[in-house]
Design a protein around this ligand. Structure first.
Ligand code: GDP
Length: 441
């Protein structure tokens, strides 16, 4: 999905790899490449312009996260800007009435009939019964196609042989649904190869006379700015509740996806991700942003780091690391940062290959382990924490007794700390972000 956009953005982020910190000049270079990637994906010029302004403002305005590398920072910022660009959106179908009427429109070939079927199926999985209404009386095979689709998803189809008035068909379908205890009516209206006055007039009349609860436009995500222009025209005529964007599983470049909300004000509510009937997904801007960036884990780490870690503390630890002064006190403070309920499991779950381990850890054993380690450090004097080498046999006995552990466990902690301290000195300069990199490998 959106492979070329993903590649473009990834190479933008790569330019910042290996840079010590985010500066105005390396950020400008990264941003220029982000801009190019968007333009190449056929995103509307106005959207690119506003998006880049948003990203620059966010980059300049945010507290620089000391724990993260420039590349990670930019990914986080672009991620947030994408979420803001695509949302907010509530992708739930509000099926609250006895009979809820959903009107589907779109140009021919956009995927309207297919999407009607997918929607009926989705509604079925929510325990409601949908009726498909064949109101496309323009395209010769449309009624037949809807019957095929309806059959494949187990939904009833309402059609009238030889009908010429789509408004009457829609009204009769709603009546039929009421009489037969069906919950939702999906109107499959006529499409055209291009927008024309007659089509719009027909749709407006259906909208007026049948009073659908929600009006959706189906657009082909592969058609780039044409999709955006048709959304604009349909929205002016009908006041759309949402867009359903199809064919994002193909080689859509992403221009329509990223432009439509900003240009028309209408959010995407569902996306088509396959030609099969189960290929319709509610649209979540945050998940789409992660998909586009292809770095869900890194983005989530950014968010967790931003939310959970005391940035000042991270900075101080990093400075001490750089001076080669990492002590058991620092270790203790890091334990405090990470030993909060659920945090460890969350972080582990984001690391490649660690998902299983995080499941094993659920139940809080790792948190108990952190408490055990913390307890031993707390039983030491300041001098011992500063330089564990002074811990002889009698001190070891005293610490063990204070922490309720065996002297051997104290020994193990010191050994572990020694090897960790030398590892951390080795990567001083990168601090936690280097640690994250190591964990990602
Ligand atoms: P309509 O003229 O708007 O009713 O369009 P159709 O529903 O007949 O769809 C046109 C073509 O697009 C069909 O071949 C569908 O199988 C295909 N199609 C629709 N949605 C998707 C989608 O999300 N992904 C893919 N790959 N194909 C789709």
């Amino acid at each position: 999905m959106l492979d070329s956009l993903q590649d473009g953005l990834r190479s933008a982020f790569k330019t910042l790899r290996g840079q010590g910190r985010l500066t105005e000049s390396n950020m400008r270079e990264g941003l220029k490449l982000v801009e190019n990637a968007l333009l190449e994906a056929d995103v509307s010029y106005i959207v690119v312009k506003d998006f880049m302004k948003d990203v620059s403002d966010k980059a300049v305005g945010q507290d620089v996260l000391k724990a993260l590398k420039p590349e990670q920072q930019l990914v986080g910022i672009v991620n947030q800007a994408l979420i803001d660009l695509l949302g907010p959106v509530d992708p739930t179908l509000k099926l609250e009435k006895d009979v809820t009427v959903l009107m589907m429109c779109g140009l021919q070939g956009a995927g309207k009939t297919t999407t009607c079927g997918k929607l009926a199926r989705l509604i079925g999985t929510e325990g409601k019964k949908a009726l498909l209404c064949a109101a496309d009386l323009q395209r010769p095979a449309a009624v037949q196609q809807l019957h095929v689709v309806g059959e494949s998803v187990g939904a009833k189809v309402y059609s009238e042989e030889g009908a010429t008035d789509p408004i009457a068909v829609c009204q009769n379908a709603v009546k039929f649904a009421r009489e037969n205890g069906l919950d939702v009516v999906i109107l499959d209206t006529a499409g055209r190869l291009a927008i024309d006055e007659e089509l719009m007039q027909q749709l407006k009349t259906i909208d007026l006379k049948v009073q659908p609860d929600q009006v959706f436009l189906v657009v082909d995500g592969m058609t780039g700015q044409d999709a955006v222009n048709s959304a604009k025209a349909f929205n002016e005529a009908l006041e759309l509740d949402g867009v359903m964007m199809t064919k994002l599983d193909g080689d859509a470049r992403g221009g329509a996806l990223l432009s439509v909300k900003h240009v028309t004000g209408v959010p995407i509510k569902f996306i088509g991700v396959s030609e099969h009937m189960d290929g319709l997904e509610p649209f979540h801007p945050d998940r789409m942003a992660s998909r586009i960036l292809g770095m869900g884990d890194m983005v989530s780490m950014f968010e967790i780091a931003q939310r959970e870690f005391d940035q000042e503390q991270v900075q101080k630890t990093q400075e001490r690391l750089q001076k080669g002064q990492f002590t058991l006190d620092d270790f203790r403070k890091q334990l405090d940062q990470i030993a909060r309920p659920g945090l460890m499991t969350k972080m582990l779950g984001l690391m490649p290959g660690m998902g299983e381990m995080s499941k094993m850890l659920q139940g809080g054993d790792h948190e108990k382990e952190m408490k055990r380690l913390g307890g031993m450090i707390d039983s030491m004097t300041a001098a011992e924490r500063n330089d564990p080498k002074v811990i002889d046999n009698s001190r070891r006995q005293r610490i063990a007794k204070g922490a309720g552990v065996s002297p051997q466990e104290v020994n193990e902690l010191i050994k572990q700390f020694d090897s960790m301290a030398s590892l951390m000195k080795g990567m001083a300069g990168g601090g936690m972000s280097s640690a994250m990199d190591m964990m990602r490998k």
